[in-house]
Design a protein around this ligand. Structure first.
Ligand code: HEM
Length: 403
């Protein structure tokens, strides 16, 4: 197959394809699970086995912020420099040993004990939001439920005080803004930095009361972390933890409404909650791909990826690879799918995975417990125009509340 005969992944910007990227991935995968996408100027990897093998070891690097930056026009570059500086120290853009150090700031804190402590916070918020919607018998799953839920969780996790919680509203993702060459997010990042600086002394002294201060307390005592590094990785939690989970919950509810047998099964068998959360992640993830840069020449399936070239790992395609999962296009909450690729693979494996799974599980199971006859108010909910993130614009539903 000649390289140019394979269509570009950019076709997914067409709303017709965006409604079902998975058929398009299958078409591409069947031609070649690895190909060079001229329009994306990147290698595209679609097979589960190829994505997971490339994500392991040190052949690919996540250090891509400088190359993103260099591709921008001069004027945009100067304008968004403050945003670049705020995100440059995020762990996801670094490789060992720097990555190990930065991840080590947060990792020891996100323990199973911490997740247990967060559960009542998630449950309380979920119930409050469902109480509010119950009287109306309808709500927008994204705007009235999953978005305020994940925002509340991240505000608590990040130690953002109530008076500043509005700063987290409608958070789409800083990298998204970076690519859009938008200065829009600079003021709120600056405001968050001011709040962060106010608590810096207490945090360093180990006397900060909020969750974030407690998470980093030990590491700040022992390690040498600059304030820029600590702030960037707080922003990393805020950025990576919000819209991803908001929209995963939206995609899960849509999948259940469209697969009624699975909805009823989950209502009957609550013990399947965590397993179902992983199946929702496999079936229709809010994050469809991640990018890397080749650190050396790589030979794969008869292709040569050259050092310095960009590589796009299409996680959403690997999740539907029939060589890995039987009947991959079927939602099946009894499937053991925790090895899906939606949290990435290798050293950058999502640090918030356990928290995200708890949020998805609690939100979906409480919604099913508290409602009957859950149905769509729009037959075809619309998707945002973004091929990296699979985000619904909204998800209006109606239901009969159960008190
Ligand atoms: C990394 C997906 C929720 C924090 C990642 C990566 C993916 C991902 C694909 C790897 C990125 C890469 O390799 O380039 C998701 C999805 C989520 C979710 C689909 C929700 C359904 C969360 C939450 C948090 C979080 C709730 C924290 C509160 C992080 C962090 C990293 C990360 C800190 C960087 C890890 C590293 O570079 O070592 N996530 N995530 N994520 N995620 Fe998540």
């Amino acid at each position: 197959m000649a390289i140019q005969e394979v269509p570009s992944l950019l076709r997914l910007f067409n709303p017709q394809y965006a409604a079902d990227p998975y058929s398009f991935y299958r078409e591409l995968r069947e031609k070649s699970p690895v190909y060079y996408d001229k329009m994306m100027r990147s290698w595209v990897v679609l097979g589960y086995a190829e994505i997971s093998s490339l994500s392991k070891g040190n052949r690919l690097s996540g250090s891509r912020i400088e190359s993103f930056y260099e591709q921008l026009p001069d004027e945009a570059r100067a304008e968004i420099e403050p945003l670049k500086n705020a995100i440059a120290d995020m762990m996801v853009f670094h490789e060992p040993p720097r990555h190990t150090k930065l991840r080590g700031l947060i990792r020891p804190g996100l323990t199973p004990r911490f997740i247990r402590e967060m559960r009542p916070v998630i449950e309380e918020l979920t119930d409050e939001l469902l109480d509010r919607a119950a009287g109306r018998g309808r709500m927008d799953v994204i705007h009235d439920f999953s978005e305020p839920l994940t925002r509340g969780v991240i505000a608590r996790l990040g130690g953002v005080p109530d008076h500043a919680a509005h700063l987290l509203e409608r958070w789409q993702g800083l990298l998204f803004e970076f690519f859009a060459q938008s200065r829009k997010e600079i003021p709120r990042v600056t405001a968050l930095r001011e709040i962060f600086d106010e608590g810096a002394e207490e945090r360093r002294a180990g006397t900060g009361k909020d969750f974030f201060s407690q998470i980093v307390a030990e590491q700040l005592k022992d390690g040498d972390f600059t304030d820029d590094e600590v702030f960037a990785n707080l922003l990393m939690l805020i950025d990576a933890g919000q819209a991803t989970t908001t929209h995963l919950i939206g995609n899960a509810v849509l999948a259940l409404i469209r697969n009624r047998d699975q909805l009823e099964l989950l209502r009957e068998r609550r013990e399947l909650g965590t397993q179902a959360a992983h199946e929702f992640l496999r079936y229709d993830s809010s994050v469809q791909f991640t990018t890397r840069v080749a650190l050396s020449d790589i030979d794969i399936l008869g292709h040569r990826i050259e050092q310095g070239e960009s590589v796009t790992l299409v996680l959403g395609s690997g999740n539907r690879d029939p060589l890995k999962y039987e009947n991959p296009n079927q939602l099946d909450i009894t499937r053991h799918a925790a090895d899906h690729l939606s949290f990435g693979h290798g050293i950058h494996y999502c640090l918030g995975a356990a928290l995200a799974v708890a949020e998805i599980e609690i939100a979906v199971s409480r919604l099913l417990e508290r409602t009957e006859g859950l149905r769509l108010l729009e037959d075809r909910p619309e998707w945002q125009e973004n091929i990296n993130f699979r985000f619904l614009k909204g998800l209006p539903v109606a239901f009969e509340p159960i008190h």
